[in-house]
Design a protein around this ligand. Structure first.
Ligand SMILES: [Zn+2]
Length: 462
């Protein structure tokens, strides 16, 4: 099967040789005496694809043959040796294979139940492979897109580097150190239960499992049984929402850090708290970046005061990564830019962005009304919401109740008007929406505000 194809070969030999990848793909060894079959390289265990040993190489050299696992005197498997080298499932699979000292090893075709080759079954196998490749990392274009997508995740650069190294097996797991001959064992130093591979360290090990199960990504842990770390990351990048990807990257990075601390006998965070820590980390990172973004255009666009005898109510909201809540912030200022009232609170998340925008406006308008303001210009950054509020037509979606409530506010005010402003002009309310998470309960300030708000109000002064 490994023979070279000389240029002077006959047509039929060349055709056959060119098809050998099909044969290599579709055949596995049936063990006789085991002398022709390599333990680590050949396909010989009767499992589902790939039929190869997946346990990390240890004890026996790379050149070891299956016959090295058989006791020549009794013609039985060396069970103790097998149990010490292979993962339990593989050890069990090996021991279930019958050994025949008098029979040589033979290749069997896996495309048919009885093991004989047919062109039809080979065709089916190739078609199946092609379909499979569309969704696996063996497709070069896909692989390229995969590597690129790692760098697009919105986390600090060092975490993208970590993930890139984890996916290219560049991180020093015990298994990779063992294969390179650096250490003499490959067991996970934390659970001492299984070989420390990338997938084991960051996903399967008890510590990692507890971290994922106590995080907002527990549904992914519960639903997936990945076979490799790179497959898992590929799935997360393709199938999950944007913020989930960020939390996934950060939590994996934190788990890796904790494992190393544990290995070096340093104290590390509790597994049950790491998920929440990862979420806060992502939120703070995104907030910091967002702040930078809306500080930049400030020279061009700035908050403008309302006309005399009118107040401006600015409203903003901020979704939380946990997907169960969001922060609302609102600020009321007069025509001199003076702060008259401010408010922030956390509300349960329900519905889409526009529903959240509507709920924020309703909450802010209620407070504005209770505080006794009668001439109000409302500003927010959701243009679709403004269009719905001003529309004469009846809203037919689930939003209609909220839109009706906003329209109904007209009755409680002498003057009520709605405007859309860019985020750069709405920094005061946005800072409160972000601050809402730290304030433990709904907060309303009259003629003052929390420390986070004051520098922005001063910068906004006309
Ligand atoms: Zn472990």
């Amino acid at each position: 099967m490994e023979a070279k194809i000389p240029s002077h070969s006959s047509y039929s030999w060349r055709s056959l040789a060119q098809a050998r990848h099909v044969i290599r793909r579709g055949t596995r060894w049936r063990i006789g005496n085991g002398t022709e079959v390599s333990i680590w390289r050949d396909k010989w265990i009767n499992s589902k694809h790939p039929c190869k040993i997946l346990s990390p190489h240890q004890v026996l050299p790379d050149s070891a043959m299956v016959s090295d696992l058989v006791d020549p005197e009794t013609n039985q498997w060396k069970e103790q040796l097998i149990d010490s080298i292979f993962w339990p499932e593989e050890a069990a699979q090996i021991k279930s294979i019958p050994v025949f000292s008098t029979r040589s090893d033979s290749l069997v075709w896996m495309g048919t139940p009885i093991g004989t080759f047919t062109t039809r079954s080979a065709y089916h196998m190739l078609a199946e492979d092609k379909n499979g490749q569309m969704g696996s990392s063996s497709n070069p274009e896909r692989l390229h897109a995969f590597w690129k997508s790692i760098w697009r995740v919105n986390v600090p650069h060092k975490i993208c580097v970590f993930m890139w190294r984890a996916c290219s097996s560049c991180l020093p797991t015990k298994t990779s150190l063992f294969t390179r001959g650096v250490t003499s064992f490959s067991l996970c130093p934390i659970c001492l239960d299984e070989a420390e591979t990338m997938l084991h360290s960051l996903w399967d090990c008890g510590f990692a499992k507890e971290c994922w199960q106590n995080s907002p990504l527990s549904h992914i842990w519960n639903a997936l049984r990945p076979t490799s770390w790179i497959d898992l990351v590929g799935h997360v990048l393709m199938k999950t929402g944007k913020l989930e990807g960020e939390v996934f990257f950060v939590l994996a990075w934190m788990i890796w850090g904790c494992r190393n601390d544990a290995w070096l006998n340093q104290s590390h965070s509790e597994a049950s708290k790491l998920g929440a820590k990862a979420v806060t980390y992502v939120e703070e990172y995104l907030d910091a970046n967002e702040r930078v973004e809306f500080v930049r255009p400030i020279a061009a666009q700035k908050w403008l005061p309302p006309p005399p005898n009118c107040v401006k109510l600015d409203v903003a909201w901020k979704k939380h990564t946990n997907r169960t809540s969001f922060g609302v912030g609102s600020v009321i200022r007069d025509d001199a830019g003076a702060l008259l009232a401010a408010h922030c609170e956390v509300l349960p998340q329900a519905g889409d962005d526009i529903q959240m925008a509507a709920t924020s406006v309703i909450t802010a308008l209620s407070i504005c009304q209770d505080a006794g303001f009668r001439n109000v210009m409302v500003e927010s950054s959701h243009s679709q919401l403004k269009a719905l509020i001003l529309s004469k037509e009846e809203c037919l979606t689930e939003l209609h109740e909220s839109i009706d409530r906003i329209k109904h506010f007209q009755l409680g005010f002498c003057f009520l008007d709605f405007h859309v402003i860019p985020g750069s002009c709405n920094r005061a309310a946005k800072s409160l929406a972000i601050h809402a998470k730290e304030a433990l309960e709904p907060s309303v300030w009259l003629e003052e505000g929390p420390a986070v708000l004051l520098p922005i109000v001063i910068a906004d002064l006309p």
